[in-house]
Structure formats: structure tokens, C-alpha cells
Design a protein around this ligand. Structure first.
Ligand SMILES: [Zn+2]
Length: 116
């Protein structure tokens, strides 16, 4: 298996759909990293939501948080990625349109508060 387990394999396929998924994205160094992503609305339905006249409530359309370990089997993603680098680079390309904001705000040589 190219992923650490069936649980993560299934979650990588859920990207862009309503619910929880695992997404692969590149950090500033171009290395694939994994994040857990939650979507309240399917990616393809966001334009419908945005054109809705109803604006009287707040909704969390999507959010994500980086994860270092598989939530199913506990494998360290850095090790899994290293063993299957091409696969994860391809996944990062496929997942590109679903990613949210900056993954790692700290660039090389930058301090933790974001200043250079
Ligand atoms: Zn796993």
C-alpha cells in the first residue's frame, strides 16, 4: 500500500467533499505535508452558497489543521511521504485547488512572529 493504512487512503479521496478529509499540500520548501480538512459545504457548491441571498448567519465553510501523524494508525506522515514521495507530490498537485490559505506562515529564516 502506498499510504500507511486504509483509513488515510480513504480520507485522501474525500478532499473537496462535505465532511472531513486529509489533504496534501506543499510547504515553502516544496515538501509535501498533510492537513486534516473539514468542509461544511462541498467545494463545488461554494459558488451556490456565495450567490445565496441569505446572509443572516455565520457558517464555517471549511477549515484545516496540519497533522504530523495519521489519525487512524499513528504513522508519522513525514516517514510515509519519504517512502512514496512521487505519490505525495502528485497528490499535492491534485489537491492544490482545495487548499486553504498559507499552510506554514513561517518562511525559512523568518522568526516565529512572522518578521524577517
Ligand atoms: Zn495510517
Amino acid at each position: 500500500m502506498e499510504h500507511c493504512c486504509h483509513g488515510s487512503q480513504n480520507m485522501f479521496r474525500e478532499v473537496g467533499q462535505r465532511g472531513v478529509a486529509l489533504i496534501v499540500r506543499l510547504n515553502f520548501e516544496g515538501d509535501p505535508r498533510v492537513a486534516l480538512q473539514s468542509r461544511g459545504v462541498d467545494f463545488d457548491e461554494i459558488p451556490v452558497l456565495e450567490s445565496s441571498p441569505v446572509r443572516e448567519f455565520s457558517i464555517n465553510v471549511a477549515c484545516e489543521i496540519g497533522v504530523r501523524f495519521c489519525p487512524f494508525c499513528g504513522s508519522r506522515f513525514e516517514d510515509v511521504i519519504r517512502r512514496n514521495l512521487e505519490l505525495y507530490l502528485d497528490l499535492a498537485k491534485t489537491h492544490e485547488k482545495y487548499r486553504l490559505g498559507p499552510f506554514e506562515t513561517k518562511k525559512p529564516g523568518q522568526s516565529d512572529d512572522g518578521r524577517s
